[in-house]
Design a protein around this ligand. Structure first.
Ligand code: AMP
Ligand code: FES
Ligand code: ZN
Length: 310
């Protein structure tokens, strides 16, 4: 086999593309794939300011690198979730990446913000799975940072494998409201929301991992300790088995959903957000899901702190 583009000996084979690439042509392939995704889905206009949510993992750091290469002005946002050593190590990776390239980085430590709550405290007090609490908190801080920073777009590093696994989970439970919002571009539905985009939507986890490695990006390899046993990993493993037997399955699953089914779900699920009575960010009830979660934690804590009168 030879490199598809230049006919030199290849260093990587991509079965779903039925192609192999040398190092430089692999960089070109990934950059083109992301450039086309950003262009075709109208994710980012040339002069727009982008806030990239970077976790310290391969996908989001590769995304930041790719967006800068494509000529976008992109600041980084790191959220310190308060998950012990894992958070410390991932923050260090992000800070080193930004410092090495002199890039603007915003660091928001959840425990130092308003309610002073990190993910473990919220998960324990609300008796939710840490990942569920974490998702709600991350969304809130992403939205708030993008809005207060005056950015046009918020980009996350979700890749094809993430999207396929999430789609499988949503389909298995027919979560119509989630399916209605599962798109590579979410236009803002409120003046305090910014557009949310996933430029790695059609790029596989394998491609981002090899890209990050070959570009010399130093990323955190360990998974979040809360991920062990998460259903998302089970769905990923199931899809990996299908992909081995039939390369291209994940891409077809995600692309065909977007083309044929997603518009139907989106057409029936149109809710307009109001403003949250707690934090002022958009909300679908009196309180946004972040403030509801915080209130639940505070109520539980108050109850355990003050014993019932005798
Ligand atoms: P995950 O939800 O962990 O699969 O991460 C999906 C995307 O969310 C990543 O690719 C990042 O863009 C973003 N993200 C996750 N964790 C953080 C974090 N601690 N700080 C900033 N962005 C994050
Ligand atoms: Fe959110 Fe692990 S990153 S619980
Ligand atoms: Zn709120």
């Amino acid at each position: 086999m030879r490199c598809r583009r230049c006919r030199q000996p290849p260093v990587i084979e991509l079965r779903r593309h039925n192609a192999a690439f040398c190092r430089d042509c692999f960089f070109h392939h990934v950059q083109e794939q992301v450039r086309r995704t950003v262009h075709d889905f109208r994710m980012i206009a040339p002069a727009e300011r982008v806030l990239v949510a970077v976790s310290g993992g391969k996908d989001s750091l590769a995304l930041w690198d790719l967006l800068l290469d494509l000529g976008y002005e992109a600041d980084g946002l790191y959220l310190g979730l308060g998950i012990g050593e894992y958070s410390d190590a991932s923050q260090e990776k992000v800070e080193r990446f930004a410092a090495g390239r002199a890039l603007p980085l915003r660091v928001v430590k959840l425990e130092a913000e308003g309610p002073g709550l990190g993910v473990p405290a919220v998960a324990a007090a609300s008796r939710r799975a840490p990942c569920a609490a974490c998702g709600t908190m991350k969304r809130h801080y992403f939205d708030a940072a993008a809005f207060t920073g005056g950015f046009d777009v918020l980009a996350t590093g979700h890749n094809l494998d993430d999207e396929a696994a999430r789609l499988l989970g949503n389909v298995l439970r027919w979560q119509k409201d989630h399916l209605a919002r599962q798109r590579p571009v979410l236009p803002p539905t409120h003046p305090k929301f910014v557009r949310k985009v996933k430029p790695l939507y059609l790029t596989s986890e394998y491609e981002t991992a090899v890209y990050a490695f070959m570009r010399g990006i130093d990323y955190i390899v360990d998974e979040c300790p809360n991920a062990a046993g998460a259903t998302q990993l089970l769905y990923k493993a199931a899809l990996d088995r299908l992909e081995v037997e039939s390369p291209g399955t994940k891409l077809a699953f995600v692309k065909e959903f977007l083309r044929t089914a997603q518009p139907a779900f989106a057409a029936v699920e149109q809710r307009e957000p109001q403003e949250c009575a707690g934090c002022g960010m958009p909300a679908y009830g009196a309180l946004c899901s972040f403030c509801s979660l915080v209130r639940e934690v505070e109520t539980r804590r108050a109850r355990t702190a003050s014993p019932l009168p005798a």
